[in-house]
Write a protein that binds this ligand. Sequence first.
Ligand SMILES: [Ca+2]
Ligand SMILES: [Ca+2]
Length: 207
Amino acid sequence: MAKQKSKSNKRTKNEASPDSQSVSPGRTGRAVYPSSGSPVCPSAPDYPAATDVWPVLPTSPSCPSGWDHHDESCYFLHWHDKYDWIESTAFCSTHPHAYLADVTDNSENAFIKGLIVNRFANERDAHVWLGATDEITEGVFVWNVNNQKVNYTDWGPGEPNSIPLNIREDCLVYWAHYSWKWADLDCHQKCYFVCEMPMYYDSIIGK
Ligand SMILES: [Ca+2]
Ligand SMILES: [Ca+2]
C-alpha cells in the first residue's frame, strides 16, 4: 500500500507543479519557498539598495563624542572634578569597556600628555591619575586593566619615592610639577584622571 501511494504522488519530470509560478525568484528580495525542492534566492539586481535596508556601518572606527582618538584607543580626560584612585577607576568602568588608562609606549604617553597640557596649561601642581598601582608588591607597579607589569615608564626625578621616603604612595599619576612626568602618590589624594577604551568597541557597539 505504501509503495503504491508514493507512486501516485510522484510527478514526471516535465509535469507542471501547481506552485511552479512562484519558484522563480521574486522581486521582493526574499527567497521563494516552493512546495517541494529547495528555496530559490533572487538574482542580484532584485536586492534593495544598500541604503534602503542594511544598517550603515562606519567606514572607519571612531570614538564617542567627547573622547579623543589615538592609535586604537579612545581617551577621556576627566577635568571637572577630582577623585581618589579607586573612585577614578570606578568612574571609568561605568562606560562599557573603559578603564583608567594604561600607558604602554612613548607615543601613547606623549598623546595623553598633550591632552593634559592642553587642558591644564596654567596648572602648576595638578595631578592626573593613570591606572597602575604597586599596592600588592611595593615597588612593582601593575596596570589595573590587565595585571600587566608596568614596563614603559616616564618617572619624574626621584620617583617613585615611596620606598626611600618610607611613605605610602601606591598609585601612578602625572604631576604638573614634573612637567607631567610620572610619580607615585597616595591613592587617597583627589586628582583628575584619564579613561581609555578600545576604539573597536565603539565602532561595533556604538556606545
Ligand atoms: Ca593604553
Ligand atoms: Ca611619589
